[in-house]
Ligand binder design. Structure first.
Ligand code: BES
Ligand code: MN
Ligand code: ZN
Length: 509
């Protein structure tokens, strides 16, 4: 991954391939943002007018390259747009800086080293710029033989020097460490999501989780098909029944070294369908090409638990990865089959493409046994949520209004667009089954909420629970933007990590 350090060097004195500066839309045109004063001076104060002549406006997402001023050790200056200049006495918000840093890192793919001279007021600003840059520099080239020839490929920016911070200051150091660990794990989640499903089946995913857990002192337990059968995990087994790759349930337990009886315990549960063909209720062409992303919830949970361990947060976090491949075959679950779930409830499977709720139901029931202070599940659960909220916003449902509000606020704070959604009780009757306790499908209208209501029935009595449906933002089929690449995005990782941090700090519940 890209290396990032804080530096006190002068922007023009640093040996680098480019200097990154920020520009904003002022009342009377383009304005050079704080942090780039020395660079502007080297242009005799004409940087803004030169950029305007080149067509730059300072709008968000904009990146303009120009030759560096004479005397500069770097050959190129890259100006990234920061949008509207903040009002007097206000500063650029965190997400604006994060995105601009991401745009800069992406624009500099193929370069070795860059100096970032963006506006930094405090340690937190340094943290978000580091995060945006490290996430924006990501690329997934593992399967591109052509990209291995340096003539064709553009390797991610290798090195970043962040200027304008305080390298010796404890708060700055902590923010950079946090951003580096978080970005590394989030980028690893993206790798997992982008890995083709012929290479990432449940067993392979479990092996990756096991190796990482070992490295970071996380306890890991893997239930294979034998253990799942013995344990009665009818939901996970039913979904995996059609595949020649058997399902797995992975439990990752991070325990704070300072843990005592007051230490809070969070359980994160992730949907890990390594490929969703729909099963016997097969998806039509046009709906299955990106279904390798259907394990993005499990990838997010995995990344969040490892990050919590790396940051040594004072909270206990258990991660549950419900891994299965949903395939049609002679051994597959049929529409009409009844599954006996881990909780003891029976489910009539009316549509084998509503498989996520089945694997999650087992994992939620299992996670509930430990009576955690809260359970948060993350899943690419329904197309209906994408219809409701679009491709960049995830839906939050919960059995506790205050907790749903907290999750929403946390998501907002870390730059993950989300929106609270209800769990209307009247939608429950649509899942009544003549044969079993419940069916895995209900009314088509409000399908995302129906899925949430189904999950709720498998959450242990009295346990605070939230459900994040990330079907929209998990996988970006459009072009890259800000620090978000094409393909796997790592959606929900930052929400989960901040939730763990807030819980550790005693800010929640
Ligand atoms: N994995 C899909 C949901 C999905 C859709 C994720 C688009 C990402 C992008 C899920 O398993 C699914 O197929 N859901 C069905 C449920 C329906 C059959 C009740 C859906 O949303 O159509
Ligand atoms: Mn499905
Ligand atoms: Zn699915």
């Amino acid at each position: 991954m890209t290396a990032l350090t804080l530096s006190t060097a002068a922007a023009t004195g640093l040996r680098a391939d480019a200097i990154v500066v920020g520009v904003a839309k002022g009342e009377k045109g383009l304005v050079v943002a704080p942090g780039a004063e020395a660079v502007d001076k080297a242009y005799d104060g004409k940087l803004a007018s030169v950029l305007e002549a080149l067509g730059a406006t300072g709008g968000e997402g904009e990146a303009t390259k120009l030759p560096a001023p004479s005397g500069s050790k770097a050959p190129v200056v890259l100006a990234v747009g920061l949008g509207a200049l903040p009002e007097k006495d206000e500063v650029f918000d965190g997400e604006t800086l994060r995105r601009a840093a991401g745009v800069a890192a992406r624009a500099l793919a193929g370069s070795k080293k860059a100096a970032f001279a963006l506006p930094i007021e405090d340690a937190e600003d340094a943290g978000v710029i580091a995060e945006g840059a490290l996430l924006g520099a990501y690329s997934f080239d593992a399967y591109k033989e052509s990209a291995k020839d340096p003539k064709n490929g553009k390797a991610p920016l290798a090195e970043i020097a962040l200027l304008g911070g305080k390298p010796r200051d404890k708060a700055y150091k902590a923010e950079i460490e946090r951003a580096s660990a978080l970005a590394e794990e989030l980028n690893r989640a993206r790798d997992l999501i982008n890995t083709p499903p012929n290479d990432l089946n449940p067993e392979a995913f479990a092996a990756v989780a096991q190796a990482a857990a070992k490295e970071h002192g996380i306890k890991v337990q893997i239930l294979d098909e034998k253990a799942l059968t013995k344990g009665g995990f009818g939901g996970i087994l039913g979904v995996g029944a059609g595949s020649s790759s058997a399902p797995r349930l992975v439990k990752l337990s991070y325990t704070s070294s300072k843990a005592d009886k007051n230490t809070k315990h969070l359980a994160f549960v992730g949907k890990g369908i390594t490929y969703d063909s729909g099963g016997i209720s097969l998806k039509p062409a046009g709906h299955n090409e990106t279904m390798k992303c259907d394990m993005a919830g499990a990838a997010a949970v995995f990344a969040a638990v490892v990050t919590a361990a790396r940051l040594k947060l004072d909270v206990n976090v258990t991660g549950w990865l419900a891994l299965a491949e949903n395939m049609p075959s002679g051994s597959a679950t049929r529409p009409g089959d009844v599954l006996r779930m881990y909780s003891g409830k029976t489910v009539e499977v009316l549509n084998t493409d509503a498989e996520g709720r089945l694997v999650l139901a087992d994992a939620l029931a299992k996670a509930s046994e430990e009576k955690p202070d809260a359970i948060i599940d993350v899943a690419t659960l329904t197309g209906a949520m994408v219809l409701a909220l679009g491709n960049r916003t995830y839906g939050i449902m919960a059995n506790d209004d205050a907790f749903r509000t907290s999750v929403h606020e946390i998501a907002e704070e870390v730059g993950e667009p989300s929106w609270p959604m209800p769990l209307p009780a009247d939608l429950r009757k649509g899942m009544d089954s003549p044969t079993a306790d419940i069916a895995n499908m209900g009314e088509r209208m409000g399908g995302g909420l129906v899925a949430g209501l189904f999950l709720q029935e498998f959450v242990g009595e009295g346990i605070t629970w939230a459900h994040l449906d990330i079907a929209g933002p998990a996988f970006n089929e459009g072009g890259p933007f800000g620090y978000t690449p094409k393909g796997g995005t790592g959606s929900a990782v930052r929400t989960l990590v901040r939730l763990a941090e807030r819980t550790a700090a005693g800010d929640l519940g």
